[in-house]
Structure formats: structure tokens, C-alpha cells
Design a protein around this ligand. Structure first.
Ligand code: PGA
Ligand code: ZN
Length: 391
């Protein structure tokens, strides 16, 4: 039974304030910290300030004290108290924090035990190597990512990514192209997206990794066109579409996230029709929201969906989004945020939701998630590395 709840403020890796929740039961105390994004989708659930949460918290605490530690029941109570679609009243950060802490209470701290799986399939890590956009860096596109595919275990995968990330940094430094690291620990450099892809596509080939991008197109959509500061050009939607198509072919991109702004379901659909065997992934467009994903499925706007629990606000509803995606052959990609905490819950969730890919950075600030995957590899009864998803 839930005997008490408390909230605290803590910091994200960006230095911004975020929420830490503690739930107390007869078995002990269970906590959760909530990350925070930078290039947020406009349809995400609301992230309330700590000051506002403090005002509403007594009501939430009163309602939940005495309830069973059951995250699904808790989630429905949270939705009932809030009464809005996007947690405008109590905040999606408060609801998710409570949801995770209660699920931990239910599993005595081991979220992966929420589901009794015979075999645990470990996700392939997809990592941001060179960055730009809202995360910092010269490129207009936000992330240039690598996905190791021929790896035996999570340690092997992390090791490969660290090695390749170091080599890329050293090489950029040698060529005097390096500017530093951004908030996701990706390299920032002086070259534009084409030169980055020239360089990284060779690296990907050499290391037998898949190459990907998060274009995060809403970040440079003016309402009429796409404004490329890096190229000093403004592209009309059809020019932007053609540029992306050419790049996918030229550089053999496997993973393409948010190629168009968050309301352009049609262009997502057109690109999906054009490139059958690529992972075309919606982040800001779906916002881990059931209704938006349904809309995308109707016209096949993509082959993958980013799963960020704090875009959604509860574990149960995030799980519903994952299930809907899977039923429709949409690949769920469990994802971090660019402002992270030391709480590694995403790793446990990627196992029980069986997401074939987990999008996390190299070393900081996602190191706790990597370390958690190593522990889970030892702790789960039977395990194997996931394969590249079919879609
Ligand atoms: P975030 O977004 O900065 O809002 O976490 C990262 C992403 O677009 O994937
Ligand atoms: Zn994204």
C-alpha cells in the first residue's frame, strides 16, 4: 500500500531543474527522476514547473495515499485527477514520476520484472555521434547517428560506439574541424550536413554500422519553408523533400527521424512509399501519443516511432502506444531526452516493451542507462541481443 509520496527538485544534465519523486510503501521507498527535452514536440504532454507542481501535489498525494501499489490503477487515478488530454493540470512530469515510482514499488525496484518474459531481448543502441540544431553545433540537422548491428551483447555494442565516437572526434580534431561537444555529448564541428555525411558514411562502412539522422525538421520549419542556416538557404517543402530523398540514396541512410515538420503526415507518408526498406521514424509528429500514432498508421506515415515516456505522461499509456506500433509493424524506438538524469528506467522499459532499438548517447549523460543494461544482461534469466527490426 502507498503510505506516503514526496517530491524533490533535482537537475538534468543541461543544468535545468527537474522532478524527483519518492513513493513510500511498507516495503520501503521507491523513486524516479524525470528527464527534460530541448527540441520538444508541440503535442507532448505538459511539463509543469516545480513551483506549479508543488501547488497541486497535496491533492494528488491525498488521493493516492492508501491505494495499492499498482501502476495501472495509479495511472488511471492520475488521469482522473488531471482530467485533460495532456496533463495540463498536474503535469506530465509529475504523473510519469509517480507512475514509474509506483511500478518500482510493485517490482521492489526492478522495473524489468513488470512483465514475466522467458527471454529478454536487448535493444541495439543508436547513438548521436555528430550533432547540431537545437542541441548545439553548426549543422541545421540535429543528429548524425550510428547503429552497431553485429554485436554480441550490450557491452560490446557500447564499446564499439565509444571507440568509433573517439576516432571521429580525433579525426575532426586533426583536420581542425572540431568545435567541442554538445549537450548530448555529440561532436560539434565546422562542416555542413553534406560533409558530415561524406565523412560518417565512410566510418559507418568501415565499422559495419548503420547510418542514421534525426533531422528534427520542426526546429527549422518557418511555417512555409525550411530555413537552413548551415547552407544559407531556404528550401520550399518540395525542395526539402527532394534533398532528403537524394541524401537517403547517396549516403545509404538506414534511419531517418523527423524528416518533415510535426504536422506534415502526408510527406512522411510519401517518403515511406518511396523508400520501402528504410526506418522512417516519427518523433515530434507522434509525440508518443496514441491518437497521433493512429493518424500516422492510417496513411502509413513512417515505419518507426520514437517512444519517449515523458512525452506521454504515464507508463500504461506509453505501453499502449508501443503495442499499437507493434500491431501495425511500426518499429518502436525507446528514446532518452537531451536533458537527462542518473535514473536509468528507460533501459528496463526497453526490455519489457521489447523495443529493438534504444536511442541513447555515448558515455555522458546516458552512461547510467548503458551501465543498467550491462547489469540486466547478467541479472535476467535468459537473454539475447535484438536483431535489426523487420518492417
Ligand atoms: P529533445 O529531443 O532534445 O527534446 O530530447 C531529442 C530528439 O529530437 O530526439
Ligand atoms: Zn527526435
Amino acid at each position: 500500500m502507498i503510505t506516503n509520496l514526496k517530491i524533490f527538485s533535482c537537475l538534468t544534465s543541461k543544468g535545468t531543474k527537474t522532478l524527483h519523486v519518492k513513493v513510500y510503501t511498507e516495503k520501503g521507498e521507491f523513486s524516479a527522476s524525470i528527464p527534460s527535452g530541448t527540441s520538444k514536440g508541440k503535442n507532448e504532454c505538459v511539463e509543469l514547473s516545480l513551483e506549479k507542481i508543488k501547488k497541486i501535489f497535496p491533492e494528488v498525494k491525498k488521493r493516492l495515499t492508501g491505494e495499492k501499489e499498482d501502476y495501472q490503477k495509479t495511472d488511471s487515478i492520475l488521469k482522473e485527477i488531471d482530467g485533460t488530454d495532456r496533463f495540463e493540470k498536474i503535469g506530465g512530469n509529475l504523473s510519469l514520476g509517480i507512475s514509474i515510482a509506483v511500478a518500482r514499488a510493485q517490482t521492489e525496484g526492478n522495473l524489468w520484472k513488470l512483465k514475466a518474459l522467458k527471454k529478454h531481448r536487448f535493444p541495439l543502441p543508436l547513438s548521436n555521434i555528430i550533432g547540431g540544431g537545437a542541441h548545439g553545433g553548426k549543422t541545421t540537422w540535429q543528429e548524425f547517428l550510428l547503429l552497431p548491428v553485429k554485436v554480441r551483447n550490450p557491452y560490446d555494442a557500447a564499446r564499439n560506439l565509444i571507440d568509433v565516437w573517439k576516432i571521429v572526434g580525433e579525426e575532426l580534431g586533426r583536420k581542425d574541424l572540431l568545435l567541442g561537444r554538445n549537450i548530448e555529448n555529440a561532436w560539434m564541428c565546422k562542416i555542413d550536413e553534406f560533409k558530415v555525411l561524406d565523412f560518417l558514411s565512410d566510418v559507418a562502412k568501415e565499422w559495419d554500422m548503420k547510418l542514421g539522422v534525426d533531422i528534427a525538421a520542426s526546429g527549422f520549419w518557418t511555417g512555409k519553408a525550411y530555413r537552413y542556416k548551415s547552407l544559407n538557404k531556404t528550401l520550399k517543402p518540395e525542395e526539402h523533400f527532394n534533398m532528403i530523398s537524394d541524401i537517403i540514396e547517396k549516403y545509404n541512410l538506414y534511419y531517418i527521424e523527423d524528416p518533415f515538420h510535426e504536422e506534415d503526415f502526408e510527406s512522411f507518408s510519401e517518403l515511406t512509399r518511396k523508400f520501402k526498406n528504410r526506418l522512417i521514424v516519427g518523433d515530434d509528429i507522434f509525440c508518443t501519443n496514441l491518437e497521433r500514432l493512429k493518424r500516422g498508421i492510417e496513411i502509413k506515415s513512417g515505419t518507426g516511432a520514437i517512444i519517449k515516456p515523458n512525452q506521454n505522461g504515464t507508463l500504461s499509456d506509453t505501453e499502449n502506444v508501443v503495442n499499437l506500433a507493434k500491431e501495425n509493424r511500426i518499429v518502436p524506438v525507446a528514446s532518452h531526452r537531451s536533458g537527462e538524469t542518473e535514473d536509468p528506467w528507460l533501459s528496463d522499459l526497453s526490455l519489457i516493451w521489447e523495443t529493438p532499438i534504444i536511442k541513447i548517447g555515448v558515455l555522458n549523460p546516458d552512461l547510467p542507462k548503458q551501465n543498467r543494461l550491462f547489469v540486466l544482461w547478467e541479472e535476467t534469466p535468459e537473454q539475447e541481443m535484438n536483431k535489426l527490426p523487420a518492417f
